[in-house]
Design a binder for this molecule. Structure first.
Ligand SMILES: C[S@@+](CC[C@H](N)C(=O)[O-])C[C@H]1O[C@@H](n2cnc3c(N)ncnc32)[C@H](O)[C@@H]1O
Length: 219
């Protein structure tokens, strides 16, 4: 039994509070997961959309061969990302926009790759966000997610269930099951689960990759 999905107003108020301390507090802890996702995205290359770009901690993980667009629901988090862009160190980052991942304003098939690092478990409707990511990625393109996912069994699962209610107001969700991501792919024609692997540190994060099929499958 897992908790209900977070709502957008909880997420907005949580990340308004996180913004001033996010880089110091969450930068080092999540760096390996973030890098693994960015590395998988670099292998696809081209136009990359980062959903829930936050303060732009991933900007260092891409290079001039890619073109990054970021979106986020939180204006204070995006303000930090814009400060990084203003440094001039990230010419590959073309734009960051205040936008809700549930209803993106981008044209369909606008990106080669969509990346969401530590985001999909927090959104109000994860399946809808996945479908939006699928819509804006080109056929043959990829959706790359990295997150802590629910451990399902044992002590870790018990701790995650215990922590779930207590961390909601912080905009955290420790008990989101992989099965939901898998079920979304099964229910969506043209979405293929191509990778699921643990990443450092200690395998606490999971990288999940979907490909949008080049050939539309029959419904
Ligand atoms: C844990 S932070 C991760 C930030 C960044 N990806 C990183 O790895 O540091 C989650 C981010 O997702 C954003 N977010 C949550 N729900 C969103 C939504 N519906 N649309 C866009 N961004 C959202 C939050 O505002 C926050 O900046």
């Amino acid at each position: 039994m897992t908790t209900r999905d977070l709502d957008s107003s909880t997420v907005k108020s949580a990340y308004a509070r996180w913004a001033p301390i996010y880089d110091a507090g969450c930068g080092p802890v999540m760096v390996k997961g973030r890098r693994a996702a960015a590395s998988a995205a670099r292998a696809v290359g081209g136009r990359i959309l980062e959903v829930g770009v936050g303060t732009g901690l991933s900007f260092d993980d891409y290079d001039a061969s890619t073109e990054i667009t970021g979106i986020d629901l939180s204006a204070p988090m995006l303000a930090k990302a814009r400060e990084k862009m203003a440094s001039g160190r990230y010419p590959h980052v073309r734009d960051v926009q205040l936008m809700d991942a549930h209803s993106m304003t981008f044209a369909s098939a606008a990106f080669d790759c969509v990346v969401a690092q530590f985001v999909i478990t927090l959104v109000a409707d994860p399946e809808r966000v996945l479908s939006e990511c699928h819509r804006v990625v080109k056929p043959g393109g990829r959706i790359i997610l990295v997150n802590h996912l629910y451990s399902e069994v044992g002590l870790a699962a018990a701790v995650e269930r215990w922590a779930a209610q207590r961390t909601r107001s912080l905009g955290l969700r420790p008990e989101f099951p992989f099965a939901r991501l898998q079920a979304w792919a099964h229910a969506n024609k043209d979405a293929i689960l191509i990778e699921r692997r643990k990443v450092a540190p200690f395998g606490i994060y999971t990288l999940v990759c979907f490909e949008r099929s080049r050939q539309a499958r029959a419904a």
